[in-house]
Ligand binder design. Structure first.
Ligand SMILES: [Zn+2]
Length: 150
């Protein structure tokens, strides 16, 4: 499986422009600690320079292509390893939302801490599932997208 954060091209554009792709000004803030960062797929420690920006994870468009808030580092950070589940997200409860290749939503699940990888494997057993979005349980905010490898 492949784990996709906010693309580097989008991060570069947002950081360079000083506003996100939906016209919101990038407002610098200092992390309190615990903010899930969608640039490098880590969880922020206290005191990091971050911003909350709007992002649309589903590039294909369609009615399910939601725009939502994501925390990112203010300046460039190492891209996450695409081939492995982000360690900082392993022990979080998560909503796993599967989508077909044409962007229709299928039945999702809530994964308990430590079970997201097992649940992802189970969801991808359905050949109709093209991608799965991992999201926060309460706010529903997108964390990252998982696709079949290759
Ligand atoms: Zn980052």
């Amino acid at each position: 499986m492949r784990y996709e954060a906010v693309p580097v091209s989008a991060l570069d554009r947002i950081r360079c422009n000083g506003y996100d792709d939906f016209g919101n000004t990038v407002v610098p803030r200092v992390s309190e600690g615990g903010e899930p960062l969608r640039c490098c797929l880590t969880v922020a420690g206290a005191g990091e320079r971050i911003a909350l920006v709007a992002h649309r994870p589903m590039t294909a468009g369609g009615p399910y292509a939601e725009v939502g808030p994501v925390f990112v580092h203010l300046s460039a950070c190492p891209a996450p390893a695409a081939g492995s589940f982000p360690i900082d997200y392993r022990d979080r409860r998560a909503v796993l939302r599967p989508y077909t290749a044409d962007g229709q939503m299928l039945d999702g699940v809530v994964a308990d801490p430590g079970t997201s990888e097992i649940e992802l494997k189970r969801l991808f057993e359905d050949p109709a599932v093209d991608s799965v979005q991992v999201r926060n349980v309460v706010a529903g905010c997108w964390n990252f997208t998982v696709r079949r490898q290759g």
